[in-house]
Design a binder for this molecule. Structure first.
Ligand code: ZN
Length: 135
């Protein structure tokens, strides 16, 4: 069909450590976890990322993310959970099939939030207007 690694995982042509599966979605462990239990949730239907995923796949993926996140938190006794989705190379996307990361977090795990910046005078209003115009 194609060379998509995640489509091959769905087809079981590449092995994975599955934690959940239903008709539309699959959840499996990231092979390079930020911490043990770091899980990826994907739609079974191929697309590239957030921009072109169909409504049904998006809805079912988010339902699976919630279900697995709650189970994962319990399983590893996480103190928090990050949900992340990288879209396009500039944002760190490596596999071009939509996937959400569920990352268990702990108060002392050493990770920090991304650095924050301040807006210049008028910059927030200008960028908000650009976003509204693009919708
Ligand atoms: Zn794919």
């Amino acid at each position: 069909m194609n060379d998509c690694v995640f489509c091959k995982i769905v087809a079981a042509e590449i092995p994975s450590e599955k934690v959940y599966e239903d008709a539309d979605t699959l959840a499996f462990l990231d092979i390079k976890p930020n911490s043990p239990g770091h899980t990826l949730v994907i739609p079974k239907k191929h697309s590239e990322n957030l921009y072109d995923i169909d409504d049904h796949s998006l809805a079912t993926v988010m339902r699976t993310v919630q279900r697995v996140a709650i189970a994962l938190k319990k399983a590893v006794q996480a103190e928090g959970i990050n949900i992340a989705m990288n879209n396009e190379r500039a944002a760190g996307q490596i596999i071009f099939h939509p996937h959400l990361h569920i990352i268990p977090r702990f108060a002392e795990d050493g990770y920090r939030h991304w650095p924050k910046k301040d807006y210049k005078e008028g910059e927030a209003a200008a960028v908000a207007q650009k976003i509204r115009a693009a919708l």
